[in-house]
Design a protein around this ligand. Structure first.
Ligand code: ADP
Ligand code: MG
Length: 995
């Protein structure tokens, strides 16, 4: 409701904002007029003057009009100059328009400026970037790819350089020294992935502050912000490497069973389709028979939603309607039991919308005839209670039995997971559509751009499942070294801004998640684009035929056409059809960004036909060739509605830039995914069903509306998914902040022994408490002995049992012990190389953190997975996750503290150990993220040169192991006031749960 109101009034709201900016624009232009009298040097001197004034306390807002005027005036001075951009020479011909000044103000205020394609957003960004760089902090601009980062930084660089502000750009494969240099400049361009990975390497992997490359997270403008924060936000950035221990892969073991189960299901499905068709085609079909046929169709849909025969059946509008109706009916609560029965007749069911696969009873027994429980999670709570109640077993036997139950639980839960991933791999992931197999590897194909995403892997075992299906080598599991989502990376900036042609439809999301409001900036010239009604056809073939005809006609006229498709596969189908029809055209094969940009540039020339996926070529401007204006400008043809309206708007926006003529039209068919999944049973399909004959075309403005509302539904769903993901990620994000905070503290401290002693003190305090010191006083000889044993095996302080046995006061004892450890350490300091001690201490902290943090990350991933399984129960998975995550984190901090205690007196200023660790990391780490190709780890892997070699033994591995976390985690939780599971009848907190 709120977002509806928001949208309704947003028109007025945008106009108001623009009006508010007018007086500022007038002032900018007055200043600019003055500056026109200046010499070049006088103008340049302004930069230093502004810096001075800021240093003296003047605000950026106060300086804005003059600073913007300086940039605009510099642009004017550059006019007519030859400038080199990405090895091409071009002539500078831009001076900021008034609407661009408004755009600049919007960005400076930390909002999203929605400006249509071709409005010159690249130039707009120069204004706030210059202004914010005056503070001496790093002003940044994020682009969609490396090529654009380089192009825009070189292009706009001429302007910045004129004013004496340095600019740089970050590129993949760049060395860390160069990166640091680039971040050191006033303004830095780069991609979201590169910025994000640099952050991870700086904070999660760098071992010396000299290895960190970023300066700060002050001001950042994200170009094409929707593409980066909405489309790419689903993939987190991950730096990973091989996991230390290889686990057995259940995929290979389960695959043969699944493969044969899938063919069983296929046979069953084919039979059902045939039976349904026979019934439906009967000349005098009774109502009952129709119903039976409908149920069979529904079963097919449940069992294999992408089945080709089923899709063909649905081409008959009457049958399609029947299926839709039955589908809706059967999913009502009223028919729950019957639906269950029908599902149970299948071997497994696939939920296409939710990407889920479930095994039925029948499937389970087919897979494991002798062990029907093989894929049922054991009920640990009951098992544990039973064990506790057992009167015969000794405590050791009970422990043993519990451990066995526990490990059985783990095996089954892993099997269930692997099985479900295998079923998905077989039923929903089609080779050469979702992925390709290249050189014995399964490589993901990006669904939007059709790019081959080499190096990227599906998470959560899906990738391994597909590898098993394709009989290629199953790659070993990896360990996550560091990870952050793009959302959380950008939320770190003091001030974030964005620009794009299409943000309005996602305004609510930007507002809720990033606190960014969207402002629509009017175009410089009125937009005269004509958006025609959609044409809808019954089949894909009809649709493509119509597209080919339209393209042919346009080419005869000489009007350039840009055809947008949703997938590469469709691009290829269309390309073949056009070829047969004798239409000369170019396919945008989105492999190399620079080439891509060049092809898109030519797309506006007379008679040119370009096929491109909807997302390709973003950021490159299509200029009209000679004589094209008279022909009506560029004609944009859409061949399918995207899930999100924004992507469609993006495609439409490719034409009619800067007041150019142009028109757009979408061609759709009932077989399109969006239509198939989301138009079931509503007005549009009723209109269509009545009349549609093969080859016929339907066009009505009502239809456009109806499709839009289907898109809105999907958008909302996707937003909900992204929001949910973020809620999960927030938990980890808070933990990351804490850990990186400590880590960075150690990194930037010349002698981080403060952190070390803090940790030691905490560890000691908790051990003293556990030994019974403190207010209530309850030590026993045994506890004191064990405490003394621990103390002496960690610190050379020769603690004695009799000196500790009679003490009561925890605080005093703690202080005394810490003091003794400090003295012992002072002794050690006196024999070590003083120059290397800082490095040693840093190593102790960082090594402890990294080791356990990486383990923690892996465990948190597993937790996410097991929570997914648990959500079958009645609990809210998110709050479960939060609770568990908190316990994990406590455990992590315990482990870190303990390892620090362990290593303080066992490490020497030894260079070898240090070198080895990071050399291993650098050899094995790889990067994963939306746009990054895998690269060798470049930053953060330089070996510290600080610690000098003394030939002392390498720091020992932590010898103290806490009980393995998995055991504790999976044990069913008992509330503190619940009866204790041991059967004593006491409350848990007074029995086994007593702290
Ligand atoms: P957007 O990113 O908004 O789609 P671009 O920054 O790629 O647009 O610019 C589109 C085109 O408009 C470029 O060719 C650029 O040279 C031109 N342009 C931008 N601003 C101006 C201006 N003030 N005067 C003249 N041409 C401009
Ligand atoms: Mg752009």
């Amino acid at each position: 409701m709120l977002s509806f109101l928001f949208q309704k009034f947003s028109g007025r709201h945008h106009r108001k904002y623009v009006e508010k900016c007018r007086p500022i624009v007038a002032r900018i232009n007055e200043f600019e007029l003055q500056y026109q009298q200046f010499t070049d040097d006088q103008l340049r001197a302004k930069t230093d003057e502004f810096r001075d004034r800021i240093a003296k306390g003047e605000t950026l807002d106060a300086i804005l009009p003059e600073a913007f005027a300086a940039v605009k005036n510099a642009a004017r001075r550059l006019c007519g100059r030859k400038v080199v951009v990405c090895d091409h020479e071009l002539t500078w011909d831009m001076v900021h328009f008034d609407v661009q000044l408004i755009g600049g103000i919007t960005l400076h205020e930390g909002r999203i400026a929605e400006m249509a394609t071709g409005e010159g957003k690249t130039l707009v960004a120069t204004l706030p970037l210059y202004l914010n760089a005056l503070t001496g902090k790093n002003a940044q601009l994020v682009t969609v790819n490396d090529y654009l980062a380089r192009r825009d930084s070189e292009w706009m660089g001429h302007l910045y350089n004129f004013l004496g502000i340095t600019v740089g750009c970050i590129q993949q494969q760049m060395h860390s020294e160069v990166r640091r240099e680039m971040y050191g400049r006033g303004i830095t361009y780069g991609t979201a992935s590169e910025f994000g990975f640099d952050y991870l390497r700086d904070n999660g992997m760098a071992t010396r502050k000299e290895d960190q490359v970023q300066r700060d997270h002050f001001f950042c403008i994200v170009d094409e912000i929707d593409s980066i924060l909405v489309d790419e936000a689903r993939t987190p950035l991950i730096i990973s490497g091989p996991a230390p221990i290889e686990r057995e892969q259940p995929f290979t073991r389960l695959k043969p069973g699944v493969a044969s189960l899938v063919s069983d299901q296929l046979r069953l499905i084919n039979r059902l389709v045939k039976e349904a068709t026979d019934l439906l085609e009967k000349p005098a079909v009774t109502a009952e028979e129709r119903q039976t046929a409908a149920m069979k169709m529904l079963q097919v849909k449940l069992g294999m939603p992408k089945n080709k025969l089923l899709l063909r059946l649905q081409e008959n509008p009457e049958w399609r309607k029947l299926l839709d109706k039955t589908d809706v009916e059967m999913h009502s609560d009223f028919n729950k039991d019957e639906l269950y029965k029908f599902k149970e007749e299948l071997f497994f069911t696939i939920d296409e919308k939710n990407h889920q696969a479930d095994l039925s009873e029948k499937g389970r027994t087919t897979l494991r005839p002798t062990d029907p429980d093989a894929f049922v999670l054991p009920d640990l709570a009951t098992i544990f209670t039973d064990i506790e109640k057992d009167a015969v077993m000794t405590p050791e036997q009970k422990d043993q039995a519990k451990r066995e139950a526990q490990s059985r639980y783990e095996v089954v839960s892993e099997d269930i997971h692997a099985l479900s991933q295998l079923l998905r791999a077989y039923s929903l992931y089609e080779r050469d559509v979702e992925y390709v197999v290249q050189d014995g590897k399964v490589v993901i194909v990006d669904e939007n751009t059709g790019r081959i995403m080499s190096g990227r892997r599906w998470s959560d075992g899906l990738h391994q499942a597909v590898e098993a299906k394709e009989n290629v080598n199953i790659e070993r599991e990896t360990r996550t070294y560091a990870t952050v989502t793009i959302q959380n990376y950008f939320r770190m900036y003091e001030k974030l801004a964005g620009m794009t042609g299409t943000a309005e439809t996602e305004a609510t999301e930007f507002h809720e998640i990033y606190h960014l409001s969207v402002t629509q900036i009017p175009t410089n010239q009125p937009c005269i684009r004509i958006d025609q009604n959609d044409s809808i056809f019954k089949t894909r073939r009809d649709k493509y035929n119509a597209v080919v005809k339209q393209v042919q006609e346009a080419q005869l006229r000489g009007q350039p056409v840009l055809v947008g498709t949703v997938t590469v596969e469709q691009s290829e189908v269309l390309s073949r059809m056009l070829k047969r029809a004798g239409v000369i055209h170019t396919v945008l094969n989105a492999k190399f960004h620079q080439q891509e940009a060049e092809i898109v540039t030519r797309a506006g020339h007379r008679g040119s036909v370009t096929i491109a996926t909807n997302m390709a070529g973003r950021g490159t401007d299509i200029k009209l060739g000679e004589g094209v204006r008279e022909l009506g400008g560029l004609f944009v043809v859409g061949t399918e509605r995207h899930e999100s309206r924004r992507i469609d708007r993006q495609l439409r926006g490719r034409c009619s830039r800067q007041g150019d003529p142009g028109k757009t039209k979408f061609f759709l068919s009932l077989e399109d995914d969006l239509m198939r999944l989301f138009l079931q049973g509503n007005l549009a399909s009723r209109i269509m069903e009545g009349a549609m004959v093969e080859g016929e075309e339907l066009e009505h403005s009502l239809l456009n509306r109806s499709i839009e509302s289907a898109q809105k539904k999907v958008e909302q769903q996707n937003f909900a998914i992204r929001k949910r993901l973020l809620q999960y990620d927030d938990v980890l994000n808070k933990q990351r902040e804490v850990i990186y905070g400590i880590r960075n503290g150690a990194l930037h401290d010349d002698r981080p022994k403060g952190v070390i002693f803090e940790m030691i003190e905490e560890e000691l305090a908790s051990r003293l408490e556990a030994a019974g010191y403190g207010e209530k006083g309850g030590t026993s000889l045994a506890r004191v002995e064990s405490l003394v044993g621990w103390l002496n095996s960690h610190f050379p302080i020769s603690a004695k049992v009799d000196e500790l046995a009679n003490r009561r006061d925890l605080e005093a004892l703690l202080k005394e012990l810490v003091e003794r450890i400090k003295q012992a350490y002072a002794l050690k300091e006196s024999v070590e190389d003083p120059a290397a001690l800082g490095g040693l201490e840093r190593y102790i902290v960082i090594n402890a953190i990294d080791h356990h943090w990486q383990e923690h990350l892996t465990e948190m991933e597993e937790l996410r997975r097991s929570i997914g399984l648990r959500s079958y129960g009645q609990k809210d998975p998110l709050s479960e996750y939060k609770g568990e995550a908190f316990r994990f984190f406590e455990e992590l901090m315990n482990n870190v503290r303990l390892q620090i205690c362990t290593s303080l007196f066992r490490s020497a200023t030894n260079r070898d150990a240090f070198e080895n660790l990071f050399a291993i990391l650098s050899r094995s780490a790889s990067l994963q993220g939306p746009t990054a190709a895998p690269t060798a780890l470049t930053a953060a892997t330089q070996v510290s040169s600080e610690p000098a070699s003394t030939g002392a033994p390498a720091p020992a591995e932590p010898e103290v192991k806490l009980p393995t976390i998995t055991i504790r985690r999976e044990t069913p939780k008992v509330g503190r006031n619940d009866p204790c599971p041991c059967g004593s009848g006491k409350k848990f907190k007074n029995c086994h749960g007593a702290a």
